[in-house]
Design a protein around this ligand. Structure first.
Ligand code: ZN
Length: 135
């Protein structure tokens, strides 16, 4: 199984797909993508962060569809099929994570709707996290 980006998410048979973030051991600030070694909080000088799995569910903060194929170096399906993108505010930690939406069109999304993390392949094969219907 090849991941599109190493270290940003993990897939396990027991727990499903999880994004991996970092949390600061001094102030608790959580970041995604993970930023090991430096806290982004301007009031905190800690360099002690830990990688942790982030909540798998969240609520739609915004969404759109992408009707144009992405430019190189990205590989687009040919013929290109428009994809749906959603920015989702993760439960508990409150950060917003963008991802492609699997199995739902922009017409089927609403701000505030609950989605759950899943995964799917990019056009050239590697797996990436995606947002899907909450089970
Ligand atoms: Zn901190």
């Amino acid at each position: 199984m090849t991941y599109a980006i190493d270290g940003w998410f993990a897939i396990s048979p027991e727990d499903g797909v999880h994004l991996l973030g970092t949390s600061c051991t001094a102030c608790g600030t959580i970041t995604f993508p993970p930023r090991p070694g430096s806290c982004p909080n301007p009031r905190c000088a800690s360099t002690d962060t830990q990688v942790r799995p982030l909540p798998r569910r969240g609520r739609v903060w915004s969404y759109t569809n992408a009707c144009y194929p992405p430019p190189a170096p990205y590989v687009a399906a040919d013929p290109y099929v428009p994809v749906t993108l959603a920015a989702v505010e993760l439960d508990e930690v409150g950060i917003v994570v963008l991802g492609q939406v699997k199995g739902l069109t922009a017409d089927q999304l609403q701000v505030g709707m609950e989605l759950e993390l899943t995964s799917g392949p990019l056009a050239d094969g590697p797996l990436v996290w995606m947002w899907g219907r909450a089970s």
